[in-house]
Ligand binder design. Structure first.
Ligand code: ADP
Length: 737
């Protein structure tokens, strides 16, 4: 049925879900919605020897009558009908059935409107043992705190259940290649622990199938698969995505044969819906494991997955909390100390303690302050020249500095990883963190390349590698990866520095103060200009509209006039926005107690008139009282909550949460959403006038709201910042006194 030929160009699209055949350790019957048999596997007659007539086009009960009188006549049909309601028949699977004196499991699954009926031998009297073993296994797996012990033990438990020669836990790296991180094996086998396998060993579509089916058995790589027959007029390839018996891609079979493996079984490990890894099991002679044992093994996989998820989250949280605490301390040092440089480098907490780094420098007012292990002075001088010349983004990082700045090879033991935060490009102020080289010797299982050769027909064809001899590759110049939490910490730190220096403009940077004055002058100038521009723009628009009505002007002219009128409208909107913005700078403000609870409830009510509330979950936590200008506070919250709702409206469901927390000296409000999010490097741009990010192009907006909010907050001597992750959501924080 499938004529697909695998070659160099299409190995990633080989349609492995429609192989047109099944493995021969079971047989298959496929029925349509009306219970009529549409496909069956040719090996059916090996199992039911009394089938002499053609089943295609016959109702399922005709097949059932072949099973003998042990069963009610329509037993299987009823099973199918009752199971169809549940997700992939998990309530009915597996059903024990006797055929000609042997025990089978019937496993049902869905396939594009068809139902697959797969019959596999059941190794009975296995159950009791396995069940009691499972209880112990689970308890054991969960008792380990350390991830490695957890993995080692899971491998051991799986081996006890399925008795394979080798059980490996295979973990995927970010680039898709895999590493054996735990192993349990027969003592006479060589260990593969620590070996790496190239990403191309498992094509994309196979990864997808591992996500959908959590176990996969290849019982005997040397057995001949059985073809699936259908009627001559049916050209639909049968989708075997959810099948247990799905035949194996010829390339994969060859791969296993090259490795000397006769039987393979895998259990998928998922972490937050992504494939974290596989428990890959190899046996060097054919070995069939029945459905129930596979389900038990799957359960171990699921328990391991959730234990991993939990441990990982716990670990991440712990380090993140330490960073956060240090950052808070550093922020306090900045506020209370009168010298930025010494606050950042000489007190209890330094910039070196906010992220995991072995060295850091602060470049401030043309001086370099060194902390921890750093390159030498001359090297730092050159490095800074390079950074000033190359780094345009507010945050820059690399885990392989020597690849982009070869001069750093000389000190790659100290600085293979680098993170740069630009405090002020103009003033030449930077923070730079370093991470040492981690020499990684990657032991590949065979040279990681696919072999391309000529096949029997003289066509180029891919074949999996033949040698799995360990092939070592040493990667140098690489550091450990920078995490998202670390990048956020660095961004936050830079904001704290800006805030502190702005507050102390008078003492620390008088130039800044003068600049501010000039800026204000410019602003009042722009206010006047904007204001004065309104009249001429209104005239442009009116004249354009008058002309549009003039019948003697050709259609093309009319269209151009319409564009002029539209652009005049747009200009008007922008001018209004600038006026709003500069009005905050100019207007005086009152400071009163503001009941934030009432204010937020009103805003939410207004938003509910605009958006479809059924798609939103807006929750409000504590709302401590605020002090400030009531109208301005309304502007702040309606912008932040409005954005949260606007940019999460396509999440299903959109979740927005608002809450305030009171500490000794300030109140911090947060507005969080699970919407589109903001790229890390954009976080410092969103507060600028007219700046809108790439990912929100399809949603209307002017790019002015946050600029206004920031101004208001700063006018109240407060702080505003955001934490966000693309496609996950954002949290905006406002801290007020
Ligand atoms: P506007 O929303 O009118 O575009 P804002 O000044 O309020 O202007 O916001 C500036 C930009 O910041 C937005 O265009 C968007 O890219 C980003 N942004 C603001 N809030 C959010 C949010 N909650 N989620 C994702 N992006 C946001």
């Amino acid at each position: 049925m499938s004529n697909f030929r695998v070659d160099l160009t299409n190995c990633d699209i080989e349609p492995i879900h429609i192989p047109g055949q099944i493995q021969s350790h079971g047989f298959l019957i496929v029925i349509d919605v009306d219970l009529v048999i549409r496909y069956y596997s040719d090996n059916l007659t090996d199992y039911i020897t009394n089938t002499t007539f053609d089943l295609l086009g016959k109702p399922l009960p005709d097949f059932e009558s072949l099973l003998g009188s042990n069963y009610q006549p329509n037993f299987i049909s009823q099973l199918v009908i009752s199971g169809r309601g549940s997700e992939n028949f998990e309530r009915t699977n597996p059903t024990p059935i006797d055929i000609a004196g042997s025990s089978y499991y019937l496993i049902l699954s869905a396939s594009n409107g068809y139902t697959l009926l797969e019959f596999e031998i059941a190794n009975s009297n296995f159950d009791l043992d396995v069940q009691s073993m499972m209880g112990k296994s689970i308890a054991k797996i969960l008792s380990y705190r350390n991830v490695q012990q957890l993995l080692d033990n899971a491998a051991m438990q799986v081996r006890q259940i399925i008795g394979y020669d080798r059980i490996m836990i295979y973990r995927f790296a970010e680039d898709g290649h895999g590493e054996v991180v735990a192993e349990e094996k027969n003592s006479d086998l060589n260990s593969w622990l620590g070996l790496h396998y190239p990403a191309s060993d498992i094509p994309k579509q196979a990864l997808e199938l591992y996500k959908l089916n959590l176990t996969r058995l290849i019982a005997d790589v040397h057995s001949v698969p059985s073809k699936i027959s259908t009627s001559a007029n049916n050209s639909d390839p049968l989708d075997l995505t959810y099948s247990q018996l799905r035949a194996v891609s010829p390339i994969h079979i060859q791969y296993l044969k090259n490795m000397g493996v006769a039987s393979s079984f895998s259990i998928s490990l998922k972490y937050k819906d992504e494939l974290w890894g596989l428990i890959a099991c190899h046996h060097y002679s054919p070995r069939f494991i029945d459905y129930k044992s596979r389900e038990y093994a799957k359960l171990i996989g699921q328990i391991l997955s959730s234990a991993l998820e939990f441990r990982q989250d716990e670990d991440d949280q712990r380090t993140e909390n330490i960073f956060k605490l240090n950052l808070e301390k550093l922020a306090r040092q900045l506020m209370h100390g009168d010298n930025t440089e010494s606050s950042l480098t000489e007190k209890e907490v330094t910039i070196l303690s906010v992220i995991e780094a072995s060295g850091a420098i602060l470049v401030y007012n043309n001086k370099i302050y060194k902390l921890g292990i750093t390159p030498g002075d001359e090297q730092l001088g050159d490095l800074m020249k390079w950074i000033k010349h190359t780094v345009a983004e507010p945050l820059y990082y690399s885990e392989n500095l020597s690849a982009i700045y070869p001069e750093s090879t000389a000190y790659k033991e100290i600085a293979s990883g680098i993170m740069v935060s630009v405090i002020s490009r103009k003033l030449g102020d930077y923070m730079v963190w370093f991470r040492p080289e981690e020499i990684t010797t990657i032991n590949w299982s065979g040279k990681p390349e696919k072999h391309v050769g000529l096949n029997a027909n003289g066509l180029l064809q891919i074949s999996p590698r033949h040698s799995f001899e360990v092939w070592s590759e040493t990667k140098s110049g690489l550091s450990a990866r920078w995490t998202l939490a670390e990048m956020s910490a660095v961004i936050r730190l830079k904001e704290e520095i800006n805030y502190a220096t702005n507050l102390k403009a008078g003492t620390a940077r008088q130039m800044n103060e003068r600049l501010k004055e000039a800026y204000e002058e410019l602003e009042s100038f722009s206010y006047t200009i904007s204001h004065d521009l309104k009249n001429p723009i209104a005239s442009i628009k009116s004249y354009a509209q008058l002309l549009i009505r003039d019948q003697s002007i050709l259609e093309r002219g009319q269209q151009m006039l319409q564009r002029i009128a539209d652009r005049a409208d747009q200009m008007n909107l922008m001018i209004n926005a600038v006026l709003d913005y500069s009005r905050i700078g100019r207007s005086s403000m009152v400071s009163r107690p503001v009941n934030a609870g009432v204010l937020i409830a009103d805003i939410v009510k207004d938003l509910e008139l605009i958006y479809d509330v059924s798609k939103f979950k807006i929750t409000v936590g504590e709302t401590p009282e605020l002090h400030g200008d009531p109208i301005m506070m309304l502007q702040v919250f309606s912008n932040l909550i409005g954005n949260a709702v606007k940019y999460s409206q396509y999440s299903a469901p959109a979740i927005v949460h608002i809450e305030g927390k009171k500490s000794d000296d300030r109140i911090i409000y947060s507005v969080s959403d699970n919407g589109l999010g903001i790229a890390l490097n954009d976080l410092s741009k969103i507060f600028e006038l007219f700046n809108r990010m790439e990912n929100v192009r399809d949603i209307e907006g002017s790019g002015v709201g946050l600029a206004i909010v920031k101004r208001i907050v700063e006018k109240h001597n407060g702080k505003i910042w955001a934490e966000s992750e693309l496609e996950k959501g954002s949290t905006f924080f406002v801290s007020l006194n």
